[in-house]
Design a protein around this ligand. Sequence first.
Ligand code: AMP
Length: 249
Amino acid sequence: MKVLIAIKRVIDYNVKIRVKSDHTGVETNNVKMSMNPFDEIAVEEGIQMLESGAASEVVAVSMGPDQCQETIRTALAMGCDRGIHVSTDINLEPLAVAKLLASIVAKENPKLVILGKQAIDDDSNQTGQMLSAILGWSQGTFASNISIEKDNAKVTREIDGGLETLNIKLPSVITTDLRLNTPRYASLPNIMKAKKKPIDTLTPEELKIDVTNRLSTIKVVDPPTREAGVKVETVQELVDKLKNEVKII
Ligand code: AMP
């Protein structure tokens, strides 16, 4: 079974986001970028499938500027077999990513595509669902456990009331939730080995996908700053403040 993993290069989750002074977006120049954390979980899951024999090949795909190749190298150092980079300087919307992935699926013929449940930069949580709709494949979103059994996948999903377990038919699109696994660190020998693993580069034009943006951002602003707290001297003062100053939303 070939598995395709979609990995996005995003601003590292430890970085304090700065809004650009012209309010057109957030500053990405000279900012540390990393693999989207949910995609690291997707990579780890793919590699565990390789190790257990459930998968025969795991291919990591990233779309965006040339620096995405660094993100692909990280996935290769973790254990993916090869990479595909779709090179574009356009800021891709989820629909464009889903269409590009669908066209790669047509070329590569995987039985399973694993994505993160959401990218932490745009928080869209759309790409996996759109991909499954475009392909007409089953989907298991927000997976906290996956087991592959012949032509089916058992996917446990975290939902409001507890855990839901689905039995879905392969081929399928699965998106990862936080508790699915703990991604490994790449070891130094594996980082060296990853340098020799192949990365193919494609363009949206070669894949015949129109990636023109359909949405325009009106304005990006910082969240309101929190007001400083005050210390009260007595319980009575606290009760007064709770009664008279706390706004019930
Ligand atoms: P989103 O729908 O934007 O929240 O993204 C959900 C998932 O889609 C991510 O966790 C990735 O697995 C995948 N994805 C989104 N954008 C890209 C991209 N530019 N390249 C590769 N995968 C992506």
